[in-house]
Design a protein around this ligand. Structure first.
Ligand code: UGA
Length: 617
């Protein structure tokens, strides 16, 4: 079983992410700042005298980054820092987080997040390889590879010791105040940036890793001017493009690295220093340098265009259901056009996850605040189509079940927002469950192969805040199972909500995920690729703390042994057995277009899939 509660709280480090945004926080896009830009559109420094110029030149000219501090031990900061450390054994990489419990988990055998391959990377970089002997008194370490990845809750000290500080904290959507439901909540980012500006050594390179509104670097520069007059920091934008579930592969083989910098010699020099860190494993041709604003905007646009593509194909799936066209056939037909490409064309219940919706909305806010109303309207429709798609799916389920769920058991297979992750943020499952609950079903059973049931229960329990009990333990109708067969037994309908390989009803070898290609079409990494024969030289892992939830539940993912599990074929469900234990008529609603329909129907299960006309008598 992968990660547990703390990860699901927030990615905030250094400060807590508040559920609401305090007044007067810097929560609007810095693009709204009408103050004149003293720089050349990208430069972040103010030169005064030629003496100061040469000081700055010295600080940045031949800068080599020897130590990195990553503020934020969440889904982005943790894996990113781990791979940076893995690929740069001579650089000391420290991940800091004010959440001491989360740091303890990074320093244990049960990491706080689940990502395929991550345990292995952390074991190499954090624990070193080979016999590591500490020479008493001197602190010297010997071995095949010394540890160079550290996790600490001593935020300010680690910031003060670094040549480069990466800010990788959560930037969710504002929940109240100006721009509510649309603008980016910069509370955490602003607080961490202030801490960095306060504690960093003069000359430190500050790197925006979080996804931020365009012109955020200007906000940091302003802080520097006020808090550290006379000090000089270069600010780089270096957005992360990893996706949940494939984070390690994405980091090891990125399509590109974007580094945005000031266009002054110092800015370019800082960009080069960071580029050198990446160049230790990434082809220089893939490292793209831009000005800061282009880089900040590029990240928002990349996510928005991916989301737009999904909303486009999902809108077509509605047409397919009404006409007899098959969405998978349409996707394959258009994806064969090399100008369009085949990725991100799988229709489904709509995108989830912590990024797409918030980033599209951030773009909408940016456009609207610049009085580009039509541009804002255009992008807002991407989010609206996504919600329409999810609601359409739920309505179809209810309609097919004779418009009543009373006395019926509905089983939800998959709760995470996509496969191979324990990340449940903005998972469509929760919204679907909410709609189904309105129909008063006998039971809603949930099973997810990657999420700790306790985590799901905690999320579901939050629905009770304003209404009657929801969880079965509290007298409600929702029950979370740790066994798929028990979840499906006696159900009238199964909803396939996440496309885990375990749920597919055809041999995994024909599935892209098992044939060495991930959802983004990149080759999967194998453990040996992370480090040839590294496993034979693993050092002992640190013990977990007494409050480790994975130790308590005795579950697997995050264990070093789980790497063996994830690299061996997934154990698929026995659908014949499930069919035998369902109530008739047996329904399967495929929300991810991944089920082999004729095969499933041969087991006596009626299938309704997104983008297909559906079951006919
Ligand atoms: C996304 C981007 O893909 C990353 O490049 C980016 O770095 C990340 O956001 C971020 O900003 O942190 P992520 O949300 O983790 O990554 O996962 P995706 O693989 O993009 O999936 C997003 C949603 O789209 C999921 O719910 C997935 O099921 C859905 N999806 C994806 C489809 O419905 N169909 C597809 O063909 C592909």
């Amino acid at each position: 079983m992968p990660s547990t509660e703390s990860v699901f709280d927030s990615e905030t480090v250094g400060v807590s992410t508040l559920p609401t945004t305090p007044d007067r926080s810097a929560s609007c896009s810095p693009a709204l700042d009408e103050s004149t830009d003293e720089h050349d559109g990208a430069s972040n420094g103010t030169k005064t005298t030629s003496e100061a110029d040469s000081d700055i030149e010295n600080k940045f000219h031949s800068k080599t980054i020897r130590s990195i501090c990553c503020v934020g031990a969440g889904y982005v900061g943790g894996p990113t820092a781990a791979v940076l450390a893995l690929k740069n054994p001579s650089i000391k990489v420290t991940v800091v987080d004010r959440d001491d419990r989360r740091i303890r988990r990074w320093n244990s055998r049960h990491l706080p997040i689940y990502e395929p391959g991550l345990t292995e990377v952390v074991r190499i970089a954090r624990d070193g390889l080979g016999e590591v002997s500490r020479v008493q008194g001197s602190g010297a370490i010997e071995g095949l590879r010394k540890p160079n990845l550290f996790f600490s809750a001593d935020v300010s000290r680690c910031i003060s010791e670094a040549d480069a500080v990466l800010i990788a904290v959560n930037t969710p959507t504002k929940m109240r105040g100006t721009g509510k439901g649309c603008a980016t909540d910069m509370t955490s980012f602003e607080a961490v940036a202030a801490e960095v500006v306060r504690h960093a050594r003069d000359g430190t390179i500050i790197v925006e890793k979080s996804t931020v509104p365009c012109r955020t670097a200007q906000m940091i520069q302003e802080m520097i001017r006020i808090q550290r007059p006379g000090a000089h920091f270069e600010i780089l934008s270096n957005p992360e493009f990893l996706a949940a579930g494939t984070a390690v592969q994405d980091l090891l083989r990125p399509d590109r690295i974007i580094i945005g910098s000031g266009t002054t010699p110092e800015g370019l020099s800082a960009a080069e220093a960071l580029a050198k860190v990446y160049a230790s494993w990434i082809d220089r041709k893939r490292i793209i340098t831009t000005n800061v604003w282009s880089s900040e905007l590029a990240k928002l646009v990349a996510n928005s265009m991916l989301a737009q593509r999904l909303s486009s194909i999902n809108s077509i799936s509605a047409l397919c259901e009404a006409t007899g066209a098959e969405i998978n056939e349409v996707s394959a037909a258009i994806g064969a056009d090399t100008r369009l490409g085949s990725k991100f064309l799988r229709a489904g219940i709509g995108f989830g996850g912590s990024c797409f919706k918030k980033d599209v909305l951030s773009l909408v806010y940016l456009a609207e605040s610049l009085n580009l109303q039509e541009v804002g309207d255009y992008w807002r429709q991407v989010v609206e189509m996504n919600e329409y798609q999810r609601n359409r799916f739920t309505s179809r389920v209810i309609k097919r079940l004779n418009s009543t769920l009373v006395t019926k058991k509905i089983c939800i297979l998959g709760y995470a927002f996509k496969k191979n992750t324990s990340d449940t943020r903005e998972a469509p499952a929760l919204e679907i469950i909410k709609s189904l609950l309105d129909e008063n079903p006998r039971e809603i059973a949930i099973f997810d192969p990657c999420c700790n049931p306790v985590v799901i229960e905690n999320e579901i329990r939050s629905l009770q805040n304003y209404g009657p009990p929801v969880l079965s333990d509290d007298g409600g109708s929702v029950k979370v199972y740790s066994d798929a067969y028990a979840a499906c037994a006696g159900s009238n309908a199964i909803l396939l909500v996440t496309e885990f390989d375990e749920f597919l009803n055809f041999p995994l070898l024909s599935n892209a995920a098992s044939s060495g290609v991930n959802s983004q079409g990149k080759s999967k990494i194998s453990p040996s690729e992370v480090n040839e024969s590294a496993k034979q030289h693993f050092n002992d892992e640190p013990e977990c703390a007494a409050d480790c939830p994975d130790c308590q539940s005795g579950t697997g993912y995050g264990d070093s042994s789980a790497d063996n599990v994830e690299n061996s074929p997934k154990k698929q469900l026995d659908w014949r057995r499930i069919s035998g234990e369902m109530q008739s008529p047996k329904w399967l609603f495929d929300g991810r277009c991944v089920i082999d329909v004729p095969k499933m129907e041969s087991l006596g299960i009626r299938v309704e899939a997104i983008g297909s006309a559906g079951w006919t008598v």
